[in-house]
Design a protein. Structure first.
Length: 399
């Protein structure tokens, strides 16, 4: 009996021990499982955050690439949403319209204040693509062709619109220049031709029998024939210069004696107005240029200074070395050039004082020829002037 109880007690001890071991083992197993699950959750979270960061970086990169692409376009671009509010504008558009503030989120009409654009978008409701031309105004005036197109999503529904602004200013300026050129050439040709025709008809009607009168008329005809010849030669010169057909024969020129010889040839013109011409070019100054073309530049500038300077005044020819170049200037003491005319005096046929220019004669092409010759030498030409204080025409040449 005692043996039975002893065996039973041993059995329960072993069973309790096994049960305790099983509980401990299960606890360790559960703890490891929980620890593994925690690490797994952390890894998943980490991967999720990393993926989200990569997606954000990819989105930022895509936005930056789109913005870079838009900014690299010469045309201005504006992207609108369904409500026609601006979502994106590129750098060209900001520069074209001088946008100094962020216009994103604004209505197109509010940002640009152009009724033509608002009307264009209203018409876009029934059309997929439209265009119009707008005049922005300003000084000088600016012109744009605006093309608007509807942007559709994958479902075929409208997502907004895109507007492309193409700058037409240069084209319009060239068209205006062409029209002005044709009008000016026609006028310059018509005036002497009309006079020549009138005097010839008078001579044919009997004035030729009067020696004194016929000699006077023939001198007038000769003068206007020379005017026509000079005009045609100047036109041909500009045409050759602009088309690059002129070959320069570059030589090193001592500038003081070169200017002195040309001043001597113009002394008769200067005496008619009582003008004194002073040569202040230093003896040691040399320049590299085509002598024939440089002569045209000097003669045009000095002749203009004599014509438009004051009577019994003074014309000064100056020169100096400046920044590895030679700078030459012809200064007069006339009425000067108004500020709004200084930028245009080198245009063909442009005259700051039309009445006085007609009276003084000339073709109206001299300063344009000067500009083209100087530029063909790699130099630049400009004018410095104040109203009532004369004009100073300067240009540069290679040393």
């Amino acid at each position: 009996m005692n043996s039975f109880f002893a065996e039973t007690s041993l059995f329960w001890q072993i069973a309790v021990g096994v049960l305790a071991f099983a509980v401990i083992f299960l606890g360790i197993l559960v703890q490891r499982r929980l620890s593994f699950s925690g690490r797994l959750v952390q890894e998943v979270r980490k991967e999720r955050d990393a993926t989200a960061e990569r997606l954000r970086q990819m989105e930022d990169q895509a936005k930056a690439e789109r913005q870079t692409l838009f900014n690299s376009m010469a045309e201005g671009v504006a992207l609108l949403d369904r409500a026609h509010r601006i979502q994106l504008v590129n750098q060209s558009l900001e520069e074209q319209f001088g946008l100094s503030v962020d216009v994103r989120g604004q209505a197109l009409g509010e940002a640009f204040r152009r009724p033509e654009l608002t009307q264009l978008l209203a018409r876009l409701e029934t059309e997929r693509m439209l265009s119009c031309e707008i005049d922005v105004g300003g000084s000088p005036a600016r012109y744009f062709e605006v093309t608007a197109a509807t942007v559709f999503g994958r479902d075929g529904e409208s997502q907004g619109a895109i507007l492309v602004f193409h700058d037409l200013t240069r084209i319009r300026q060239l068209e205006n220049t062409r029209r002005e050129f044709v009008a000016n050439v026609s006028h310059e040709l018509r005036t002497p031709l009309s006079l020549i025709k009138g005097y010839v008809e008078t001579l044919l009607d009997g004035a030729i029998t009067d020696p004194e009168l016929s000699a006077k008329f023939l001198k007038t005809i000769e003068r206007h024939s020379n005017r026509l010849t000079n005009l045609i030669e100047d036109l041909l010169t500009i045409s050759r210069l602009e088309s690059g057909q002129v070959t320069l024969q570059m030589k090193t020129i001592p500038l003081r004696p070169f200017a002195a010889s040309l001043i001597a040839e113009l002394q008769s013109r200067a005496k008619e107005r009582g003008t004194t011409i002073v040569n202040e070019i230093p003896e040691e100054l040399h320049g590299r240029a085509d002598p024939d073309r440089l002569e045209q530049v000097f003669v045009n500038l000095v002749d203009n200074a004599i014509k438009y300077g004051r009577a019994k005044g003074c014309v000064v020819v100056k020169g100096r070395a400046a920044n590895s170049q030679v700078e030459l200037c012809v200064a007069d003491d006339g009425p000067g050039i108004p500020a709004d005319a200084r930028e245009r005096v080198f245009e063909r046929f442009y005259r700051a004082d039309k009445a006085r220019s007609r009276e003084a004669g000339g073709t109206g092409l001299g300063l344009s020829i000067v500009k083209h010759i100087v530029q063909s030498h790699g130099g630049k030409v400009w004018v410095e002037s104040e109203a009532g204080h004369g004009a100073n025409f300067c240009f540069t040449l290679p040393v």
